[in-house]
Design a protein around this ligand. Structure first.
Ligand code: PXL
Length: 278
């Protein structure tokens, strides 16, 4: 069995980060080890106020020390939401300890959405995140995150030409294969990737639905990491992630009143399992 370790927070309620990554990667038939970076009562996105935040930085280091003694190895290391500047340094050390020639690192540089930073993030955090991106094989920013990583204005409707330009600039951070989500082509919405070693661009789209659903980026990153871990290649990884996101949005739209804080991703896990078998 393939084995991924994913390192991000547990938002106890709100369907994002570990409560999304764990079921999705497991459904893809991949063993999922986790290191929780923090425990929050809810996610910090719009709609929730007064959330609790318990930092687990000390535990990350002791878990990693124990794993080193056990000699554990992973096919992929995938980080998501990180809670502080120092956690980024801890991740960087973790990459040094567990990164190998035959595994790969995915950094989802969770910073914000819809042109805005998430609560609590600072300029220092952004510059630390840039340094973490340099150590990754794949980074998966949305347009908001790309604009903060590159110090460029947020592009509301990013077309293919702009996406190519943003992707080229993202490689200057030091990551050879950046992926940009939230790319638009006419009535379509999707993602683009750039393999800078081959100088090739990849695109994948589905129907655009004009509604932001929280946790979508975490679903994308989980499916993408799982698909690459299964050895299916970059185009297939984009296609499966975009298709599954579209399935999730479609099942969530009829129950938005109840489901304003996340996606009903559980209702279409069967489709994802089908895509893995294709
Ligand atoms: O979905 C990204 C995410 C993960 N974890 C926490 C968040 C967010 C986005 O707001 O607040 C705690």
């Amino acid at each position: 069995m393939k084995k991924i370790v994913t390192i991000q927070d547990i938002s106890c309620f709100g369907k994002c980060s570990l409560t999304v990554a764990l079921p999705i990667i497991s459904a893809m038939g991949i063993e999922t080890a986790v290191i929780p970076t923090a425990v929050l009562s809810t996610h910090t996105g719009s709609g929730f106020t007064g959330y609790t935040f318990h930092d687990l930085s000390g535990d990350i280091t002791s878990i990693s020390e124990h794993w080193k003694k056990l000699g554990l190895e992973f096919d992929a290391i995938y980080t998501g939401y990180l809670g502080s500047d120092s956690q980024i340094q801890i991740m960087s050390d973790f990459f040094d300890d567990f990164g190998k020639d035959d595994n790969f690192i995915v950094v989802d540089p969770v910073l914000g959405d819809s042109g805005k930073l998430y609560a609590g993030f600072t300029d220092k955090f952004i510059s630390e995140m840039k340094r973490l991106c340099a150590k990754a094989d794949y980074i998966l920013p949305n347009m908001t995150e790309a604009s903060f990583l590159l110090d460029i204005p947020y592009i509301e409707n990013c077309n293919e030409d702009s996406a190519k330009e943003v992707l080229r600039r993202l490689t200057e951070l030091g990551c050879k294969t950046p992926i940009l989500t939230g790319v638009r082509s006419g009535e379509l919405h999707g993602a683009a990737a750039y393999d800078s070693e081959r100088n090739e661009f990849y695109f994948s789209y589905s129907k655009h639905i004009d509604r932001h659903l929280h946790g979508t980026g975490d679903i994308f990153a989980s499916v993408f990491t799982g698909t690459v871990t299964l050895g299916k290649g970059l185009q297939k990884a984009l296609d499966m992630s975009v298709k599954y996101i579209s399935d999730c949005i479609e099942v969530t739209m009829p129950c938005l009143d109840e489901m304003w804080y996340g996606n009903c991703f559980e209702l279409c896990l069967d489709k994802l399992i089908g895509y893995v078998k294709e």
